[in-house]
Design a protein around this ligand. Structure first.
Ligand code: AMP
Ligand code: ZN
Length: 495
């Protein structure tokens, strides 16, 4: 697609705290960076939610005709325990515990992460760079920040000087809405951090102790890069020193994203991101799903239902639908009941799509303004990617489809084409909802049902009510409902 569809997209910019009209830097191209996973363990459904939220953004922008370069990194070094500047590297620790190479840990969980993303129908990003693949660039950015006078070296480590940055016109704290004085007051003086000039300063480069196995040479000695630095480097390397959208979960706003802004601003002279977008958390029992507390459900447990939080297994499509039923900026609480409700809704929608495939136009118009309906679907997405409103608009089509399928109403060919194209666009392309296999493989079922309906019609002609009722009741017992009309019978599966 070369032209951008006419639209009026607004998105909530965390930096201004307001919904803003979206105007990309280069009219037809969009650069988007999303913080990827730290690959030291299996991703949980909370992580999946954030990546799925940005998959929706990626899909919609692409649908509008933008050429989107979507960069989502893999953190394979530098992310220390407790997201702090001290402690063991998360990946190195796992490698030590499992007695394998750190890169074996990275490989295992990167492959697992990609499998999960595919299962949830998240499209692959355009570029998936790794921190270890960009050590040289990270060292270069540190040099630039030192040159600009906003970082200092102590004992082979380099720290970002937040106070100096503020004096030079920086606005550390703006994104997260925190005030510097409060931050200084609240920052714990962790042991070993005494080499920092201020507790707010953060590591750009850390000197590696002998025990630290992930290490690289640098102008400051053997060490490893700070966690925040990789995202500054990989985003700007592939998207330019200033780019359109940067995303991640809310929990990354501070300090991670705040530090990203400061590093780029200090080393490259401009603030890197025009629109900051933050997805809200998936909670379990009202508490954030999190690796460290063990309050999680893993994708594997979801499929098998083998989790104390689940009574049965659920398909990734149902969970994707469940996630899309909430706005990406709202907290979403995960529960068995909520998933069961989502499953019902999802089945009803998929059922209607199967019936839509088989609909036939007659000459007459459906008494509904489908053009207005189409506009409202776009308006929902243009309003900060409001997928729950979009889904409610799409559901308006279910009774239309059912009444035409049950021959209670008619539809013209032009209307049917419009209906199909809007449904395909939003359900499949934008929301990324896949029809479950059993629906996709429903051809055989269709044929069997045709045979049964024909047998029953014969029975009715012969006034063999016992057989005709037996066919109807036995099908009903299996959840298949027959609908009799003057010109024949149709059927649906109970949702
Ligand atoms: P991590 O691998 O811990 O760096 O997290 C990868 C992504 O998942 C980040 O964007 C986090 O903000 C996000 N994330 C972590 N926990 C949750 C949660 N409970 N709900 C939604 N997103 C989360
Ligand atoms: Zn990041």
């Amino acid at each position: 697609m070369s032209t951008i569809k006419e639209h009026d997209l607004h998105l909530f910019n965390s930096l201004s705290g307001e919904k803003e009209a979206f105007t990309p830097l280069h009219s037809t191209h969009v650069g988007m960076y999303v913080c990827g996973p730290t690959v030291y363990s299996d991703v949980h459904l909370g992580n999946v939610r954030t990546f799925t939220s940005f998959d929706l953004v990626f899909r919609y922008l692409s649908h509008l005709g933008y050429k989107v370069r979507y960069v989502r990194n893999i953190t394979d070094a530098g992310h220390l325990e407790n997201d702090a500047d001290e402690g063991e590297d998360k990946i190195a620790k796992k490698a030590r515990l499992e007695q394998i190479e750190p890169m074996e840990v990275v490989q295992k969980y990167t492959v697992g992460f990609r499998d999960v993303m595919r299962a949830f129908n998240n499209l692959p990003p355009s570029i998936e760079p790794t921190a270890t693949g960009h050590i040289v660039e990270q060292i270069e950015l540190i040099k630039a920040i030192i040159k600009a006078g906003m970082a200092y070296e102590v004992n082979g480590s380099v720290y970002f000087d937040v106070e100096k940055y503020q004096q030079e016109g920086g606005d550390y704290g703006q994104l997260s809405g925190r005030r510097i004085e409060e931050l200084i007051h609240n920052t714990r003086q962790l042991e070993g951090q005494t080499e920092k000039r201020s507790p707010l300063d953060f590591a750009l480069w850390k000197n590696a102790s002998d025990a630290h196995i992930m290490r690289w040479p640098s102008p400051w000695g053997i060490g490893f890069p700070g966690w925040h630095l990789e995202c500054s480097v990989m985003s700007t390397k592939y998207l330019g020193d200033q780019f359109d959208i940067h995303g991640g979960g809310m929990d990354l706003k501070f300090p991670h994203h705040e530090c990203e802004i400061a590093q780029c601003h200090a080393g490259k002279g401009q603030r890197p991101v025009r629109y900051w977008m933050h997805g809200n958390m998936l909670t379990l029992n009202g508490k954030r799903m999190s690796k460290s507390t063990g309050n999680t459900v893993l994708p594997e447990e979801l499929l098998t239902g083998k989790s104390p939080h689940l009574s049965k297994g659920f398909s990734p499509s149902v969970v994707r639908f469940f996630m899309m039923q909430a706005h990406y900026r709202s907290v979403l609480d995960f529960s068995d009941e909520a998933l069961k409700a989502a499953e019902k809704g999802f089945t009803r929608l998929m059922e209607a799509l199967n019936r839509l495939d088989k609909l036939q136009a007659t000459g007459k118009e459906l008494d509904t303004d489908l053009e207005d309906w189409r506009k409202r679907a776009y308006a929902a997405m243009d309003d900060d990617f409001n997928s729950p409103i979009l889904i409610s608009v799409l559901f308006e089509a279910v009774p239309w489809i059912n009444s035409v399928a049950d021959r209670k109403k008619e539809i013209s060919q032009a209307q049917l084409d419009l209906l199909r194209s809007v449904i395909k666009t939003f359900v499949e392309d934008v929301l990324g909802l896949e029809r479950p296999d059993d629906a996709a493989n429903s051809d055989v079922l269709d044929e069997v049902m045709e045979v049964l309906i024909e047998l029953r019609r014969g029975a009715r002609i012969e006034k063999n009510w016992a057989l005709s009722d037996a066919i109807r009741d036995q099908l009903a017992a299996k959840g298949i409902r027959l609908h009799d009309a003057a010109d024949g019978s149709t059927w649906t599966i109970d949702g």
